[in-house]
Design a protein around this ligand. Structure first.
Ligand code: ACM
Ligand code: ZN
Length: 636
């Protein structure tokens, strides 16, 4: 790092001079990890080496290799060759992009996948060791195991392979059967080979999100529960984990698993990865188990950095500053138990990483923030300093040909104005970057207008702006339509009553534009834009119809959050389109409204799984809040 930053500052010289240094430093935590999921997408060993090089630059020391999951088994096991012959390849439904990254023809069928031979695994372990990185293998059980059970279906409760439903490609699959002794023989063989390969003290055994319903219907599982006085399937999972722990311990190693392994009781010596928030970590550390913190809100690097709508529908974005702010010691944890927090790890799940470039884009420069989270004492962390320090890192990443994330200009978005002029202001996220913009609808280049300070416009414009790095790499373009407008006229309506009318429909649709295919049920009166309480919570739709009362001329921002799709219409014009099947996503837009009543319509549907609806409003005079019942009316 010193050589690198010195070579930048002395780039005009033929040789560089480095002063003598004494470095006094130590990391805050011993476990400084990065996970790579190679199941959902396969990454070849060249990419894995590049990943390790980046980890080494940031002084991280645990490479958590997520080698198995529903979508692919990636490690050669000599005793069970079908794990890779069958389990490393999958056929797509034709809908998922990840099926198009690498295709191979297996048995005449095009399939996606890949795996590492044991020789390649050894090569990676050695490569990591030379960089002071320990490789922790993860073999998922009892759930997330479709690839293995598709190869050896006799180890599931039904004995038959789970067939992936067309419309929901990867819902939780059936688990291994803990009622069957052969399951444990199988894992004895697998862990025997895995432990021969990997010298790590900990072996990760997964344990998350196991669907336990097949165990309640399985005769063998029920007999197992009776024989061991197990009260429920949580205790059966605990039994499963303890049997695996015995296997791993007998070979001189310890297990670590996702926080679900706490359910039903955890045997001494097992370590926990706290991913569903911090609760599992607090519970485990309180009971004197070692813990690695991996909470979804702070270190899920698979989450996009900028626009949640853009690629990974259903995810919230995870900004760099949020990662940087993370403290792996939970506030609620008693001081005497702080020592059980071994450290933290960021997780790069690969469902949506359909190219190496995207993987690098989610990893960097976030990994620099993670490095400070696990290295730097709380007192020495400083966001502004960190931003300045990043400057040198971009040239390092450029040199290594890493596709690091460049944020587009911020603080510039679609807006409205009714006065004579409007101040355009943009912010950049990286110190050593520049913003260029256009106002003629063309793509910004370094020959466009350079932004150096706020400026005034007096007519409607479309601004396109882009961040450029010194290396000429650039961000995505942001497009902001800034429109000069007049306040929309109010409606003179008699006999308005408080409350809003909601037409309730049932049916299976995937777009708000398909209400024609829904069955009308009844009309419900509501005080807010909410989902009525006493209805069936899947496959339904609501059409809200009424008026919104505006107390003062102004520009009003509406925020529409829904799971699944929705759209908002004011004065017969579409204001927000939040359509499609997705998790809770917020989309906002502005409208200039005059004092008085305006017609408002909201169309919402839910397909399967979770549901949610929330409409907020704000203006210069009004804090963001749920549209209050005092603003909603309907015609009598
Ligand atoms: C996980 O994200 N299921 C560990
Ligand atoms: Zn069973």
């Amino acid at each position: 790092q010193i050589i690198h930053s010195t070579s930048i500052s002395q780039s005009n010289k033929s040789s560089i001079h480095i002063p003598a240094y004494t470095i006094v430093d130590e990391p805050r935590f011993g476990w400084r990890g990065m996970l790579l999921d190679v199941s959902r997408h396969f990454f070849d060993i060249e990419f894995v080496k590049k990943y390790l090089d980046i980890m080494a630059m940031y002084k991280l020391n645990v490479f958590h290799w997520h080698l198995t999951d529903d979508q692919g088994w990636r490690i050669e096991i000599k005793k069970h060759p079908k794990l890779t012959e069958v389990g490393a390849w999958r056929k797509g439904t034709g809908k998922e992009k990840w099926d198009y990254q690498i295709e191979a023809v297996v048995d005449g069928d095009p399939k996606y996948g890949g795996f590492y031979t044991q020789e390649e695994i050894k090569e990676i372990i050695q490569y990591a060791k030379e960089r002071y990185i320990t490789v922790i293998p993860e073999i998922e059980l009892p759930g997330h195991s479709w690839s293995a059970l598709n190869a050896y279906p006799e180890l599931s409760c039904t004995g038959t392979p789970w067939i992936r439903p067309e419309e929901t490609p990867w819902e939780f699959t059936d688990p291994f059967c803990p009622g069957n002794e052969k399951t444990f023989e199988f894992f004895e063989n697998i862990f025997s080979e895995v432990i021969d390969l990997f010298p790590s003290k900990y072996i990760h055994i997964g344990g998350d999100e196991a669907k336990k319903t097949p165990w309640t219907k399985c005769e063998k599982c029920q007999l197992r529960m009776q024989a061991h006085n197990l009260e429920n399937v949580d205790e059966l999972q605990s039994y499963f984990v303890k049997r695996i722990q015995k296997i791993v311990n007998s070979k001189g190693r310890k297990i670590i698993g996702w926080d679900e392994i706490l359910e039903g009781g955890l045997a001494p010596g097992a370590a926990v990865m706290s991913w569903r928030g911090e609760e599992g970590g607090i519970e485990a550390a309180t009971h004197k188990h070692n813990v690695v913190m991996t909470p979804g809100d702070f270190v899920y690097f698979n989450k996009p950095q900028f626009d949640a709508k853009l690629e990974d529908a259903g995810y919230n974005i995870l900004p760099l500053e949020k990662i940087y702010s993370y403290n792996p010691i939970p506030k609620e944890l008693e001081k005497e138990n702080h020592k059980y927090i071994l450290g933290a790890e960021a997780l790069l799940w690969s469902e949506y990483l359909y190219s190496y470039e995207i993987a690098e884009n989610r990893l960097t420069p976030r990994i620099a923030a993670l490095s400070e989270v696990v290295w730097t004492s709380k007192e020495n962390k400083n966001w502004k300093n960190f931003q300045n320090k990043l400057t040198n890192h971009f040239s390092f990443l450029d040199e290594k040909n890493v596709n690091y994330f460049i944020p587009p200009p911020t603080n510039i978005e679609n807006d409205l104005f009714v006065k004579d002029d409007y101040k355009v202001e943009m912010n950049k996220s990286y110190t050593n970057s520049e913003i260029y913009y256009t106002m003629d609808n063309s793509e910004p280049t370094k020959n466009s207008i350079k932004y150096d300070k706020p400026f005034i416009i007096s007519n409607s414009v479309i601004i396109k702006a882009k961040t450029f790095m010194l290396s000429n790499r650039s961000s995505k373009t942001v497009t902001a339509r800034i429109n000069k407008t007049a306040y929309q006229k109010n409606k003179m309506i008699d006999n308005l009553q408080v409350g809003i009318q909601a037409k309730y429909f049932t049916g299976n649709i995937s777009s708000v534009n398909d209400f024609d295919n829904m069955e009308f049920q009844n009309v419900i009166m509501l005080n807010n834009f909410t989902i009525p309480t006493n209805i069936e919570k899947d496959f339904f739709g609501i059409e809200f119809d009424g008026y919104i009362k505006i107390l003062e001329d102004g520009i009003y921002t509406f925020y529409l959050s829904s799971d699944d799709g929705s759209k908002l219409i004011i004065n017969d014009k579409l204001v927000i389109d939040n359509d499609g099947i997705h998790g809770m996503i917020e989309v906002k837009n502005k409208v200039a409204l005059s004092k008085g009543y305006h017609s408002i319509k909201l169309i919402y549907f839910d397909n399967k799984f979770g549901e949610g609806l929330e409409v907020n409003v704000s203006s210069a005079k009004m804090e963001k809040q749920i549209v209050p019942s005092s603003m909603l009316y309907h015609k009598n």
